[in-house]
Design a protein around this ligand. Structure first.
Ligand code: FES
Ligand code: FES
Length: 850
C-alpha cells in the first residue's frame, strides 16, 4: 500500500500506476492534463514536496510519504490571483497548458518571490505552450508574483466589453483553474474504450485479419472490421479515406486502421489489440510526389496519383520575364510539420435514442463531424448530435476525422458509450500535417526595381488521402505573388498522393510555403539590382486601388505599406535583420459558400450567444461577446457564451481560413443590431425567450472567373515581419506589424500574433516532422518545438486602418497570417550573418540546427 497526500488529503492505494493516471482516473482531478505522457510537454505538471514535477513520469510506488499539490489544491487567494493575472495579461488561449504553467509558477514564486523575466523563462521551460509564444504567460507570472509579494488585492474584472476594449477572455477562469472540460476529462457511466489497430506497414496488402483470439479476451467488448462500417469512407471534401482497411485491400499509410477494438477498461486495450492477427504482403511505398508521378508505378487511388492540378495564368509571365532586366530563379523545399496542438485528439460517442448518437468532441466544426459521421453510418444528419467541449488547440489539424468517427462507429455497433483517445504518438503518426512542398519560382523586375512577373511550379505532397490537399494547393498558388502589385503571373500546382502521412489544413494553409519561396526570391532580386529590400518592397507593395497578381483590386483599408513603414526602423537597426512581407485571405472565398451564423437568445435577463464557431484557442467566443456588447450596449455580465452544439447553435462554418472573426463576428453584429432595436422598447427581462438571428454570407467569384478583376476573397490581411539575429544566428528580436482592420480585443490580437510568430519561427528554424520510407520517425520530444528560453521578444504593431467601419466593425482575421512571414525573415537574417542563401526549411547552420 502506498500512502501520500494529494492537496492535503490522505491517499492510499495498492496500485502501482502513473501519478497522472491516478490523479485523473482514480481521484478525478482532471485539471492536470495529459499532453504527451512522455515527460516532454509539461501539461501534467504538479507540485511534489514543493517542486514542480511531471506527473506522467512518476509512479504511485515512488510517492510514499510525499505531498502532492495539483491545480485544484491552490488556495482561494492563489486561484483568484492567477485567474486575474492570466486574464489581465491575455495569457490564455486554448488553455491546455495553463494549469501546468500555473503549477510551475507557484513553485517559482514560493522559492523566489521577486523573479526576473529570465527566472520565469527558466521556471516554465519544461512547459510547452503551442498557442501563445510565452510572452503573455511570462507577463502573467510576473504580475502574479508582484500581487503575492505586495499583498495586493485582486481587482474586480471589468464587465465593459466593447469593441477594442481590454477585456479578459470569457473562458479565463475555467482554463486557468482546470475546471473547464476537455473531452478526455469526461467519464460517462458505463463507458467503454476503443482503439484502432494500425497497419504495420505503410503500403501492404491485408491478406487476412483474424480476430477470434482477441474476441476471446475477457475484457473485449467488440472488434469491428471494414465489413461493419455502413459506408467505409470519410473525407472532408473528397471521400477517399478508409474508416477501416478491408481484408484484401491495400494500406496507404502507416496510420491506416485495420480493426477497431473496444474493451471495458482502457488498460487492457493494447492487450486486446495485440491478439488480433493480420497477415500482410508488404509492398514498396511511394514516398515522394516525383516517385508517385513516374511511369509504371501503382495507382494509390482509383483516379490515379494526381489529386489536384491548379493553373493560374494572368498576363504573359514568360514573355515578361524574358523582357525583364533582372530575374531570380530558385528551387525551394519545405517540410511537413506537425501541429503539435497540446490536447491529443479525443471523442466520446453516446447512444441517444433509436438510431441516434450524441458526440462530445473537440474539433474545428461540429457540423463537419455531424455530416461525415452521418454519411459513414448512412443516417440523416439530424441523427447525429455533436457537442463541442473545450478544444486544446487545433491550428488546422482538427478539421479531419481522427477519433470521432471511430467512437461513433463503436457506439453505434455496441449501443454503449465509447471513448476513443489518441496517445501523443498516435496523434503524431495519424493526423494530417502541413504539406511538404517543392517550389520552382522565377521572379523578375525591370531596371528600376518594378516587379514585372512571377512564374512558379508548386508540387505538394498530398500524402495518403486528400483531406484539404486541393484547397491548400490552391491557396499556395493564389498567394505566391505575395502582397505586391504586378500583372504577369503564371502558376502551375500539383498535389500528388503518396504513402506518407496525409497533408491537411495547417495555419497558413499553403501560404507559409509559397511565402518562403517568393519572399526569399524578392530579397535576392533586390540585392541583384542593388536596392535595399525594404525599398524594393515599398516600391512594389500593394496599395489601395491597385491590383493583386490574382487580379483582385486591393480595397481602401489595405495597409501593407503601413506595415512596412512600421518595421522599417527595426529592419534598419541591425546588420543581421531579415524582412518579409505577407498576405492571407480572411474567409474561404473563390465562389464557395461561406456563411457565418449567430443566434442570440434572451434567457432570464442574460443574452445567450449561440453559434457553432469553434473556439480552438483563438478566442472567437470573446470576440462575439465584445461585438454583442458593443452593438447592443450591454455589459459582459449580461451575456453567456454557449458551446457549439449541432442541435442548438446555428452552423457558422469551420474554424478555418482566418474566417470566424469576420464571419461569426458580422453574424453576431447583425443579430445584436436586431436585439438592440428590440431593446429600444423593452428590457432584457421583458424580452425573455426571444431570439435574434444574424447571418452573413460572403459572396466571391470562383477560381478562374472570366472577370478581369474577380473578387476572390472578402478580405485580406497584410503584414511585415523583421527577424533580428545575433552573430551566432540566434534570434534576439522580432518586430511584427499586422494590418488587422479593427482590433476587437487588443491582448487577444497581440497574443495571436505572438503565438503565430513563434510557430512561424519554429517552422523556419527548427521544426521537422521526419518520415523515412513511409514510417514516422518523430516523437513529441523531437518535433523541435520552441520552449520559453528559446523564445525571443516579439514586438507587435497593430495597424488599424478601419476604425469600427464595415463587416464585423472592420475586423480581419489574424489567425494564420501571423505565422506566415517569420520563416523567410529568419532565413534572410541568417543570410545577412553568413552570406548563405537558404532554400530549404528548416534552415541549417544556425544556433538552432547545425
Ligand atoms: S503529459 Fe507529462 S510531460 Fe507531457
Ligand atoms: S494556451 Fe498554451 S498550449 Fe494553448
Amino acid at each position: 500500500m502506498y500512502q501520500f497526500t494529494v492537496n492535503g488529503n490522505h491517499c492510499q492505494t495498492d496500485k502501482d500506476m502513473r501519478l497522472l493516471d491516478y490523479l485523473r482516473k482514480e481521484l478525478l482531478l482532471t485539471g492536470t492534463k495529459d499532453g504527451c505522457s512522455s515527460g516532454a510537454c509539461g501539461t501534467c505538471t504538479v507540485i511534489i514536496d514543493g517542486k514542480n514535477t511531471k506527473a506522467c513520469m512518476l509512479r504511485t510506488s515512488k510517492l510514499e510519504g510525499k505531498s502532492v499539490i495539483t491545480i485544484e489544491g491552490l488556495t482561494e487567494r492563489e486561484k483568484s490571483i492567477y485567474v486575474y493575472a492570466f486574464g489581465e495579461a491575455g495569457a490564455v488561449q486554448c488553455g491546455f497548458c495553463t494549469p501546468g504553467m500555473v503549477c510551475s509558477a507557484k513553485c517559482l514564486i514560493a522559492s523566489n518571490p521577486n523573479p526576473t523575466h529570465e527566472d520565469v523563462k527558466k521556471a516554465i521551460n519544461g512547459n510547452i505552450c503551442r498557442c501563445t509564444g510565452y510572452i503573455k504567460i511570462e507577463e502573467a507570472i510576473l504580475l502574479a508574483a508582484r500581487m503575492f509579494r505586495e499583498n495586493l488585492p485582486v481587482p474586480a474584472i471589468s464587465n465593459t466589453a466593447g469593441v477594442g476594449e481590454h477585456f479578459h477572455r470569457v473562458d479565463t477562469g475555467e482554463k486557468v483553474l482546470g475546471t473547464g472540460q476537455y473531452v478526455d476529462d469526461i467519464v460517462v457511466p458505463g463507458m467503454i474504450y476503443a482503439k484502432a489497430l494500425r497497419t504495420k506497414y505503410p503500403r501492404a496488402r491485408v491478406n487476412r485479419i483474424s480476430i477470434e483470439k482477441a474476441m476471446a479476451h475477457p475484457d473485449c467488448v467488440a472488434i469491428l472490421t471494414a465489413e461493419d462500417v455502413p459506408f467505409n469512407k470519410t473525407g472532408h471534401i473528397k471521400k477517399d479515406w478508409d474508416v477501416l482497411i478491408a481484408q484484401g485491400d491495400i494500406t496507404r499509410y502507416i496510420g491506416d486502421s485495420i480493426v477497431l477494438a473496444a474493451a471495458r477498461h482502457w488498460e487492457t486495450l493494447d492487450e486486446v489489440l495485440g491478439m488480433v492477427e493480420v497477415d500482410y504482403t508488404v509492398l514498396e511505398p511511394l514516398t515522394s510526389p516525383l516517385q508517385s508521378l513516374s511511369e509504371g508505378v501503382p495507382a494509390l487511388h482509383p483516379g490515379g496519383n494526381l489529386l489536384a492540378h491548379e493553373k493560374i495564368d494572368r498576363g504573359n509571365a514568360e514573355e515578361a520575364i524574358a523582357g525583364s532586366a533582372f530575374s531570380v530563379t530558385n528551387h525551394y523545399s519545405t517540410p511537413m510539420t506537425d501541429h503539435a496542438f497540446m490536447e491529443p485528439e479525443c471523442a466520446i460517442a453516446i447512444p441517444d435514442g433509436p438510431d441516434k448518437l450524441l458526440l462530445y468532441t473537440a474539433s474545428q466544426s461540429v457540423f463537419d463531424e455531424q455530416r461525415e459521421i452521418a454519411a459513414m453510418l448512412k443516417v440523416p444528419n439530424e441523427n447525429i448530435r455533436s457537442q463541442s467541449k473545450l478544444v486544446g488547440g487545433g491550428f488546422g489539424g482538427k478539421e479531419d476525422m481522427s477519433v470521432q468517427h471511430h467512437a461513433a462507429l463503436m457506439a453505434w455497433k455496441t449501443g454503449m458509450p465509447v471513448k476513443v483517445k489518441f496517445s501523443r504518438q498516435e496523434s503524431i503518426d495519424i493526423h494530417v500535417k502541413r504539406h511538404a512542398m517543392d517550389i520552382d519560382i522565377t521572379t523578375a523586375c525591370d531596371k528600376d526595381g518594378n516587379l514585372t512577373a512571377t512564374k512558379a511550379v508548386i508540387v505538394s505532397d498530398c500524402g495518403a488521402y486528400a483531406s484539404l490537399g486541393g484547397p491548400v494547393l490552391q491557396r499556395a498558388c493564389t498567394h505566391i505573388g505575395g502582397p505586391y502589385h504586378f500583372d504577369n503571373f503564371e502558376v502551375d500546382g500539383y498535389c500528388v498522393y503518396t504513402n506518407n502521412v496525409p497533408g491537411g489544413a495547417f495555419r497558413g494553409f499553403g501560404v507559409t510555403q509559397s511565402c518562403f519561396a517568393q519572399e526569399t526570391n524578392i530579397n535576392l532580386l533586390a540585392e541583384k539590382i542593388g536596392m535595399d529590400p525594404w525599398e524594393f518592397r515599398y516600391r512594389n507593395g500593394i496599395r489601395p486601388g491597385e491590383y493583386l497578381p490574382n487580379g483582385q483590386m486591393a480595397s481602401e483599408e489595405t495597409a501593407f505599406i503601413e506595415c512596412l513603414e512600421a518595421v522599417r526602423e527595426a529592419y534598419d537597426s541591425s546588420p543581421y535583420a531579415g524582412l518579409a512581407g505577407c498576405m492571407k485571405n480572411s474567409g474561404i472565398g473563390v465562389g464557395l459558400p461561406d456563411i457565418g451564423r449567430c443566434r442570440l437568445v434572451v434567457i432570464d435577463g442574460t443574452v445567450h450567444i449561440r453559434t457553432s464557431a469553434a473556439d480552438i484557442g483563438q478566442g472567437i467566443g470573446t470576440v462575439a461577446t465584445q461585438i454583442l456588447c458593443e452593438t447592443a450596449g450591454i455589459t459582459a455580465d449580461k451575456t453567456f457564451l454557449e458551446r457549439p452544439d449541432t442541435l442548438l447553435t446555428p452552423n457558422c462554418g469551420t474554424t478555418t481560413a482566418s474566417r470566424q472573426t469576420l464571419f461569426c463576428g458580422e453574424a453576431t453584429r447583425i443579430a445584436a443590431c436586431r436585439l438592440s432595436e428590440a431593446m429600444q422598447t423593452k428590457t432584457l427581462e421583458q424580452l425573455d425567450k426571444e431570439e435574434f438571428y444574424g447571418e452573413y454570407s460572403g459572396v466571391t467569384d470562383p477560381m478562374n472567373s472570366p472577370k478581369l478583376h474577380p473578387v476572390s476573397h472578402i478580405a485580406y490581411g497584410y503584414g511585415a515581419q523583421v527577424v533580428i539575429m545575433d552573430k551566432d544566428k540566434r534570434v534576439i528580436n522580432v518586430v511584427a506589424a499586422h494590418d488587422v482592420g479593427q482590433v476587437i480585443n487588443p491582448k487577444s490580437c497581440e497574443g495571436q500574433i505572438e503565438g503565430g510568430v513563434l510557430m512561424g519561427l519554429g517552422y523556419g528554424l527548427c521544426e521537422n516532422f521526419i518520415m523515412e520510407d513511409g514510417y514516422v520517425r518523430s516523437k513529441y520530444g523531437t518535433l523541435g518545438l520552441l520552449r520559453s528560453l528559446q523564445a525571443p521578444p516579439i514586438e507587435v504593431k497593430l495597424i488599424e486602418k478601419t476604425m469600427k467601419k464595415g463587416l464585423a466593425y472592420g475586423a480581419k482575421g489574424i489567425g494564420e497570417i501571423s505565422s506566415v512571414a517569420a520563416a523567410p525573415a529568419a532565413a534572410f537574417a541568417a543570410y545577412h550573418v553568413d552570406g548563405v542563401v537558404r532554400t530549404r526549411l528548416p534552415i541549417e547552420n544556425t544556433a538552432y540546427r547545425k
